[in-house]
Structure formats: C-alpha cells, structure tokens
Design a protein around this ligand. Structure first.
Ligand code: 5GP
Ligand code: ZN
Length: 111
C-alpha cells in the first residue's frame, strides 16, 4: 500500500521524531499550525477514526496515553488534540493521526 505515514513508520521518509515505541510514533508536522505541532500515529495502518472498531481501539487509548506523556515531557499543560476524518473535515493523509497543537491561543469553534 502506498501510504505516506506507513512510509514514515517504515523509515523511508525522514521525520523529526518526538516519541516512538512498538505501537506508535509521534513526530513534528512538516507544516506546523502552531508553535508546537506534532502528530501521533499508530504503526499499523488504520485509515481514520471512522475505521476504529472493537478489534483495534486499544491503539487509540495508547495514542492518548502517549499524548498525555509527551506533552508533560515537553512542559505543555494546555493543548488541542484534533483528528480530521474525511475530505470535508480536511483529512489529507488517510492514516489515523492525532494532531497535538500548543503554544498559542486557540479559537473556538475551529474553522
Ligand atoms: P490531515 O490534513 O490529514 O489532518 O493531517 C495531515 C498532516 O500531515 C498535515 O498537517 C501535514 O502538514 C502533515 N504532513 C504531510 N506530509 C508530511 C510529511 O511528509 N512529514 C510530516 N512530518 N508531516 C507531514
Ligand atoms: Zn498507512
């Protein structure tokens, strides 16, 4: 399968890794939308939140555990977690990822 984030997991596309274990990798976004902007992705290919089910949902809990840990390690105590699902919501890479944004005031509702 030709998937950009699977290529990052495989190491064929370089990235600035923030955290990695056997299940997930967290790396800085190439086009940051805030002073701190990294992505947390499962190493297994899941296309989006819409493909999460009873068989694979444990990885989502692990992603959030990593978000909690990495933000603490970076000294961040206020941040936003975003996952875009589908074209209208702005998903451009069809591999599940959670954006973690911090370091500036955020607006609500998001655009
Ligand atoms: P989406 O638009 O699917 O919600 O988020 C995809 C994100 O991946 C975007 O914020 C985009 O900047 C980021 N991105 C796309 N290609 C690369 C890449 O090759 N390396 C990194 N680090 N981020 C990427
Ligand atoms: Zn993938």
């Amino acid at each position: 399968m030709n998937c950009l984030f699977c290529s990052i997991v495989e190491g064929t596309i370089p990235n600035k890794t923030v955290y990695e274990d056997d299940q997930v990798i967290a790396f800085y976004d190439i086009d940051p939308q805030a002073p701190v902007h990294f992505l947390v992705i499962p190493k297994t290919h899941i296309s989006s939140v819409a493909a999460v089910n009873g068989e694979n949902s444990a990885i989502v809990a692990h992603c959030f555990e990593v978000i909690s840990r990495v933000t603490k390690d970076l000294g961040i105590d206020s941040y936003r977690v975003v996952s875009n699902i589908g074209e209208q919501a702005g998903q451009s890479v069809p591999h599940l990822h959670f954006h973690v944004l911090a370091g500036r005031d955020m607006t609500w509702p998001p655009g």
